[in-house]
Design a protein around this ligand. Sequence first.
Ligand SMILES: Cc1ncc(C[n+]2csc(CCOP(=O)(O)OP(=O)(O)O)c2C)c(N)n1
Length: 633
Amino acid sequence: MSGESRYPILSQIQSPAQLHDLDRQQLKQLAGEVRQAILDNVSKTGGHFASNLGTVELTVALYATYKIPPDKVCWDTGHQAYPHKLLTGRLDKFDGLRKYGGISGFLRMCESEHDHWGAGHACTAISGALGYAVARDRLKTTERVVAISGDAAMTGGMAWEALNNAAQLNTDITVVLNDNKMSIAENVGALTHHFAKLRSRPWFASAEETAKKFVERFPKAIQKAASGMKHSVTHYFAPEDTGAIFEELGFQYIGPIDGHNLDVLLDVFANVRDLKGPVFVHCITVKGKGYEVAEEDARKWHGVVPFDPDLCEMPKSAGPVSYTQVFGDTILALAKEDPEIVAITAAMPDGTGLTKFSKELPNQYFDVGIAEQHAVTFCAGLAAGGLKPACAIYSTFLQRGYDQVLHDVAIQNLPVRFFMDRGGLVGADGATHHGAFDISYLMFIPNMVIAAPRDTTELAEMIRFAMDYSEAPIAVRYPRGAADDTLPESRTPIRLGKGELIKEGSDIALIGYGSTVAMGHKAALELSKQGVDAAVFNARFAKPLDADAIIELARKTGRMIVAEENAKPGGIGEAIAALLRENGLSQVHIDTLALPDRFIEHGSQNELLEEIGLTPAKIVERAASLCNQRSMR
Ligand SMILES: Cc1ncc(C[n+]2csc(CCOP(=O)(O)OP(=O)(O)O)c2C)c(N)n1
């Protein structure tokens, strides 16, 4: 069926402004088409699923009442903004969602003029929207500004820093809370109890009720914005104390509202748009709405691989064991033996492999919410207090806890063990999620030990090493997915600052770190067919480097290629070049293959590695070229 016949209204929509021409019946039909388009497309491409089914009516109602453009909407994180994409002219691009060269799975200011805020990391929308609002005030324009945040995004400190500031600035801004009770897993923390309390209050149920409740709650605001009331107001009740924490912070709290009742949403947003000052609208939504199995198990359906929508089942992946699984199994086994081991996640139990741990050892497990900064400093405190914290975190999300790593962990030299998943290119999630910088951002920090395993077996050994190591903080980084299991099985034990020579060679040394060790080994096999005798070295530690072994290889071969799945500036290649310089070996040819100094988009991991030239074939090409130059040993 063509887009036009399957989505008769949606296929005509290029801009949210067109929603103003639709009546309520048509808007309801449009919402149905948006939901259908999400199911049709995401079941083919994979991507974020359940959260998007929950924001359909919210988005339709908001865009039918706000004037976009010029009004601005900042979506938090952006993984739940597929309805926004569909209502801003991207229906025909959805088959390329998260694919190489296709549209992003998040919002990007460079992708559409309607993407007012780009993200991928959570908790930023309110700050961004507040900036927009203040810029509007200064530049004397009149657009409205809205931030939409999930309930889990409210567990992050940044959201509260922004609310605190918004109330002080007292500018016109609307924060919409999309409360579906879920993070990726169940939401956590005291705030979820507060939301539950608010949810238990009577809801805005009808147009008349909406008008009435506006007066109940906002006698002063209503006076100021009387012209904004879109429905006649027949009752006046004394304001109730809603007890909402947001009111204490200076926001006008409206809610709870059924986030799937289009009539109520339209009425509420039509009124809210004209309210003055900071307004907080609490919408209750259902993650997975409209697709039964996703409603029942929203955690499983948060992110999906392609599936058959009629079967209502996600295919099980029967691939090789992933780094994440090995981390989860190993840390669980160690923690069962040692009650001082505690595992910490910032809202990512599934992604980091800690789900089983959380069930089997709940007393040694902490999910702190989307609060990476707190997670890191909490770990510092746990370590100072005598426990052995294992902080399981994605490389990209540790960026948010950077000062905490430096100031709370490293300066105090506390033995926090960081297990950094998704180091290197992650694929479809793209620029906001690649673990492209961790070697660099940790390299500069005194006391840090930085390690990466060549495969999953080595990861298990490194975890044991790290949990036993109590002299300083240590970070072990590993990539998304499974290991390239082509390396020879012989192994040497892990020792601090010591690498592993995997293959002897006299013409050139190929130095790998983590995922690039196997690339170097493949390249060496190919080079030997071309008559080039390449040594392969597994660096294991970016800090401290195995200086003796690297200097010896440099002296022996006079040529080196360092490959790393990390940005070149500040990476291991630079560290090795400096080591050689400091040891009078500046004449050694050294070439580094690393991530280029630009943000890398989305696509499969292999497509992206191919694009940037971080492959065995590229190592062969560069090595052959270096070997054609005069030896400089
Ligand atoms: C800083 C940061 N940490 C972790 C994540 C991973 N993450 C993506 S979505 C999500 C849950 C978001 O829940 P919520 O804000 O309630 O939105 P919902 O999916 O429920 O709509 C998490 C933890 C992230 N994107 N950013």
